[in-house]
Design a protein around this ligand. Structure first.
Ligand code: DGY
Length: 322
């Protein structure tokens, strides 16, 4: 009998085709979200699951399992929606999709840097609302933003994505500084200056961009006290996870012009973000599209399918979390 696999959301066509050839598959072709309570009930009907960041696979899900489910192949590099400790206790393998999305997330980061500093959201809304013609074309005031070229970008978390962001930012002549748990080798640093202490780096940042996973250590890494160390022309960028930022602190800094702006792709409580963000002209917001390119989503879907394939064919997993 072929192993039974549940795919909780629509994944890329090519990956679904590949999966269908090898397994007894329940695809979600209509892409209807599976309510958490239903997912908990369904967990015992399958040998493997392919999940997305929209699924809540918490302790309750695992405590209800009876031994049939063996692997969860998550489509995403971040897996903070899955209770990894509970998976370990139940001896269920969890895999993710690292690396294949590095460039796409770095592209989104650069997009946010440019959009937030050049007021792209405000400018776009002005044209779309047909209000451009009502503006006084003032040479020193009309939609004037801040240049990116030559500025200092502080990167919090100089992993694979952080390093690609650094490389791309250098094309704008940006100077790169970074805060990381460990200093990188000179080769990986590629000219970036290391700070072992976040508080010492922040006053030097024209832009600060977060590239850490969501962990208890990184929760609210930008909070009232750390944001308070940024210069008031600074721009905060986040393509990692919403939990790294204390919303009240960032919104206060944006509302009271303690910093220049923010560009955010990720939020606490997505998609129900704190709607004060959407009312701020100096905050450019995106709906968590960091890895949303055809090429990247196909590669992520394929990697999840390949992990399932490897597991049931007794081959080493491509990207094992636990
Ligand atoms: C991830 O894979 O964790 C990304 O945030 C998805 O866009």
């Amino acid at each position: 009998m072929k192993p039974k696999i549940l795919v909780t959301r629509k994944i890329s066509d090519g990956a679904e085709e590949k999966l269908k050839k090898e397994f007894d598959v329940n695809l979600n072709l209509q892409d209807e979200p599976i309510p958490t309570d239903d997912l908990i009930k369904m967990g015992n009907d399958y040998d493997g699951l392919i999940t997305s960041g929209f699924d809540k696979v918490g302790e309750e899900f695992f405590s209800n399992l009876n031994g049939k489910l063996k692997i969860i192949a998550h489509v995403g590099v971040g897996y903070d929606n899955i209770s990894i400790k509970a998976a370990e206790v139940k001896k269920i393998k969890v895999t993710n999709t690292p690396n294949v999305l590095n460039e796409a997330v770095a592209e989104t980061t650069i997009l946010l840097i440019l959009a937030a500093s050049r007021r792209a959201g405000e400018a776009y809304n002005l044209v779309r609302s047909d209000n451009w013609k009502n503006q006084k074309p003032d040479l020193t005031k009309f939609m004037i933003g801040n240049s990116v070229t030559g500025k200092t970008l502080g990167i919090i978390g100089m992993g694979r994505i952080g390093r690609i962001v650094a490389q791309s930012a250098k094309a704008f002549g940006m100077k790169i500084i970074y805060y990381n748990r460990n200093k990188l080798s000179e080769d990986l640093e590629d000219g970036a200056k290391y700070y072992s202490d976040l508080n010492s780096m922040l006053p030097e940042c024209d832009f600060v961009s977060i590239h850490t996973p969501a962990t208890p250590d990184t929760k609210n890494i930008l909070n009232a006290s750390t944001i308070g160390l940024l210069p008031n022309h600074a721009v905060v960028i986040n393509t990692s996870r919403g939990s790294t930022i204390d919303d009240n602190a960032l919104i206060d800094a944006l509302e009271n012009k303690k910093i220049y702006g923010a560009g955010l792709d990720v939020f606490n409580n997505e998609p129900n973000l704190d709607n004060r963000y959407t009312k701020l002209d100096n905050c450019f917001v995106l709906p968590h599209i960091g890895s949303a390119t055809h090429e990247t989503r196909l590669a992520m879907s394929m990697m999840a399918v390949d992990n399932i394939y490897c597991f049931f064919n007794n081959k080493p997993l491509i990207s094992e979390v636990v």
